[in-house]
Design a protein around this ligand. Structure first.
Ligand SMILES: [Zn+2]
Length: 144
C-alpha cells in the first residue's frame, strides 16, 4: 500500500511536471519561434521567462537554463549538448515510459543534485565572507 501510494505520488508529480511545462510553454508568444511547446516539455524544460529574456527554459531536473532559442533548434538535442550529465537526459526515455525504479532513482539523483547545488552556494558565500574578513584583518595589521 505504501509503495503504491509512493508510486502514485511520484508518477503524478512527474506527469504534472510535463503537463505544467506544456501549459507554461504554451504561454510564450513569439511568432518567430516555431519550436513545439510539447517538444520543449518532453525535453524536460519549464518556461522561466525574465524581463530581458522571455524565452528562458529551465530543465526540471538539472536546473540548466537555456535561452535564445532558434526555430530550427531541437530542444532535446540542445539539452543533451548543454547538459550531457543530466540524469533525465541520460535515461533517454519519455516520462510516461519510466519504470518505478527509474522514477525513484531520478528523484534520488535530483535530491542529491539539489543538495550539492545548495552546498556549493553556501561554500561560495563562506569563501567570499572569509576573503573579505582576511582583507579587513590585513588592513588592520597594516594600520597598527
Ligand atoms: Zn537537465
Amino acid at each position: 500500500m505504501f509503495i503504491q501510494e509512493l508510486f502514485d505520488g511520484l508518477t503524478k508529480d512527474s506527469c504534472t511536471v510535463v503537463k505544467e511545462n506544456e501549459h507554461s510553454l504554451q504561454k510564450i508568444e513569439m511568432p518567430d519561434v516555431l519550436y513545439s511547446t510539447k517538444d520543449m516539455a518532453k525535453a524536460g524544460f519549464i518556461h522561466k521567462p525574465t524581463d530581458n529574456s522571455p524565452d528562458v527554459a529551465q530543465c526540471f531536473f538539472c536546473y540548466k537554463e537555456l535561452e535564445g532559442w532558434e526555430p530550427e533548434d531541437d530542444p532535446l538535442k540542445e539539452h543533451k549538448s548543454h547538459s550531457p550529465a543530466c540524469n533525465f537526459i541520460l535515461l533517454n526515455k519519455a516520462v510516461e515510459q519510466l519504470t518505478v525504479e527509474e522514477i525513484l532513482k531520478l528523484q534520488k539523483e535530483r535530491q542529491k543534485f539539489h543538495i550539492k547545488m545548495s552546498c556549493k552556494h553556501v561554500i561560495e558565500k563562506f569563501e567570499e565572507a572569509a576573503k573579505s574578513k582576511r582583507g579587513d584583518i590585513i588592513k588592520l595589521a597594516m594600520e597598527g
